[in-house]
Design a protein around this ligand. Sequence first.
Ligand SMILES: Cc1ncc(C[n+]2csc(CCOP(=O)(O)OP(=O)(O)O)c2C)c(N)n1
Ligand SMILES: [Mg+2]
Length: 376
Amino acid sequence: MTVDSPSTSIRYRLLEEDGSLAGELPAYEDPWLRDLFVHLLRVRCVDQRMLKLQRAGRIGFVGSMLGQEASMIGTGAALREQDWMWSGLREGGAALMRGLPLDEYVAQMFCNSNDTAKGRQMCNHLQHKGSHYPSWSSVIGTQIPHGVGAAFAAKRRGSDEVHGIYFGDGATSSNGFHSGMNFAGVWKVPAVFVCVHNGWAISVPSSAQTAQSDYSKKALAYGMPGYRVDGNDVLACYEAMKVLVERARAGEGPSFLVVETYRLMGHSSSDDPTKYRDADEVAGWEGRDPIQRFRTFLEERGVLAVGEADSIEAELLAQIDAVVHAQEAAPPMALRSLVEDVYAEVPRHLRRQYNAFLRVAERYGEAQRGDGAFPL
Ligand SMILES: Cc1ncc(C[n+]2csc(CCOP(=O)(O)OP(=O)(O)O)c2C)c(N)n1
Ligand SMILES: [Mg+2]
């Protein structure tokens, strides 16, 4: 369904759930397909490792993306280097693909002295300036008007960048969604809105959140085309996003893409989904694993030898483990960073508070070297 639809048609699915072809495929280079698989698998391996660290009490919080890997890797692969990705709650794996170094990712999970957010964000709220990846916000939907503003500025500057603005199905009920989509439509900004529809907003199922079962229709109200694709089909996500990103780059305005998927874990490491989700529903989606689907396709095409995926996985896990060990050994963020960076010189009232705070930290043995000459 469309308003003013792009000339290229968008297909819901390119790969069937069993990995076989759903019609003809565009021409792909085998090495590109293999790379895409490695990116997909890396997301899962990082996710597994971070959850283990959280369960062992070594990091504080994790928002799992288990089962949603194809939606972010497929769409993210269609963004070019100059483009921006505004994350909702879970696109850290796509940021890794686009240039966020793994050690910075893990440093942010530990909020240690290598954390580029200086420990000012909650654990697992990533950002990376180099790959145009602004910091996540836990406040639902706020990245939507921010992304629209940045896209509007890009348009005013005459730059050819496109903004991929990501959010969950739950965020479509936020004020940020309405105001962002509305201005994007009016100003015809170069943006693609990617709604990662996993059926739930914590414990609220989609059916209790909106009376519209087809989320792509929400685009109509803002005068932009809306599409749905199988979010567990990495190629369908890629192809749809590519059409819409290039449409935006050509000055034809924003569009809305709903990637339909499912998160197999709970909302976060602090959540117990067995309290509100049926085990049968989860089991049904376990059988529709996006990574297994792509792996079967690649094995049948001869891009991956049978069993090769397992050795790639072992290699990825070893790389991640090495980074985890290095980052866990790094010192914590200096306490003095609490009062730095806002004023050229720390003002008197903050100095007073910091000095009192540092005295307490020293008493409990929590002050470290680097926390500053005391008193400040
Ligand atoms: C403005 C606001 N309201 C409520 C919350 C509490 N909250 C955190 S995540 C979430 C649900 C988000 O669901 P969705 O957008 O579908 O993303 P998902 O977690 O499924 O990826 C809610 C209601 C919040 N963080 N911010
Ligand atoms: Mg959701």
